[in-house]
Design a protein around this ligand. Structure first.
Ligand SMILES: Cc1cc2nc3c(=O)[nH]c(=O)nc-3n(C[C@H](O)[C@H](O)[C@H](O)COP(=O)(O)OP(=O)(O)OC[C@H]3O[C@@H](n4cnc5c(N)ncnc54)[C@H](O)[C@@H]3O)c2cc1C
Length: 270
């Protein structure tokens, strides 16, 4: 199928992009890598009347490193995240996104804004306590990644707001594990374990509408429990739904196994 007709605007600044979105009054869409938006437009599941192509806006592809975090511009491609070695967790996660062609075009900002429950970067954003910088008509605001994702493919972004950068803190320790049917497929379950100082965070993707912290599993670990006990706790506290790709018991079993594998890279014994 072909996309429905739309106007095409290519702003040269964030301010111009936001103004164009505001003028579109809820009927405009940002075009970044196009890897998610263009397919849904081609299937006519999205019919924006204005496409705001942000690819020529300068300064949105920069990657800045400091002692504690990596700040990536919204237009940073997945391939660049995969290639960098300053944030190894982000690099590993990015390597699981689709295939080379998709990673070459797809962007960090696009992945977070699209908020697919099975996507890798949103899980890493929640697992690391990332901060998302958003531009809107009233200027910039910052959001915790955990507050960005509000449900299935929905976010706290207003229609006239745009992600400009994401700051991913660098964990002291981390583990990542993912199960997908074939390499390049969306994850059925992703588990990310992150350690900042004392304590471990356990975050899961693919098991609910948005990335979710496994607090019961974290409490097991804080109490000196084993990785196997924590994995079991994680599998019981989530509320997955059945779909074409797997039943509820299957997703629970996969969640336990992915948490166990991610934890194996961090330390607590079996
Ligand atoms: C075959 C295939 C396989 C894939 N496999 C995976 C996978 O395994 N894992 C995975 O995570 N992803 C996967 N993807 C999706 C890919 O990661 C996309 O790149 C990503 O979801 C969206 O990024 P984008 O830059 O392409 O955004 P676009 O497609 O351009 O935009 C997506 C949405 O985000 C909005 N948007 C974009 N940028 C911004 C911004 N800066 N601020 C606010 N809103 C914005 C757009 O308006 C649109 O609604 C796959 C895609 C394809 C086609």
């Amino acid at each position: 199928m072909k996309c429905a007709p739309f106007d095409y605007v290519r702003p040269s600044s964030v301010e111009e992009a936001v103004t164009t979105l505001r003028q579109a009054a809820g009927d405009g869409k940002i075009l970044a890598g196009g890897q998610s938006l263009v397919p849904v437009m081609a299937m006519r599941m999205a019919r924006p009347s204005v496409l705001v192509d942000v690819n020529r806006i300068p300064g949105l592809s920069s990657v800045e490193v400091d002692a504690r975090a990596l700040r990536v511009g919204a237009l940073t491609r997945h391939a660049l995240l995969e290639a960098q070695d300053e944030h190894p967790l982000l690099a590993e996660a990015a390597g699981w996104i689709g295939h080379t062609a998709i990673r070459t075009r797809g962007t960090a900002g696009g992945s977070l804004a699209h908020a697919d429950p099975s996507a890798e970067l949103p899980v890493v954003a929640v697992a690391t306590g990332a901060t998302v910088t958003v531009a809107g008509p009233d200027g910039l605001r910052e959001l915790d990644a955990a507050d960005l994702f509000t449900g299935m493919m929905t976010t706290a972004l207003a229609d006239d707001e745009m992600i400009t950068s994401v700051r991913f803190p660098r964990p002291d320790r981390w583990g990542f594990a993912e199960f997908a049917r074939r390499h390049g497929d969306f994850a059925l379950v992703t588990a990310v374990v992150t350690g900042f100082g004392d304590g471990l965070r356990v975050t899961l993707g693919g098991v609910s509408a948005a990335p979710v912290r496994a607090h019961a599993a974290e409490e097991v670990l804080a109490g000196g429990g084993t990785a196997r006990d924590a994995a079991q706790a994680a599998s019981q506290e989530i509320e997955p739904t059945a779909d074409l790709h797997g039943s509820v018991p299957f997703r629970r079993a996969m969640a336990a196994e992915m948490v166990r594998r991610a934890l194996a890279r961090v330390g607590p014994g079996e």
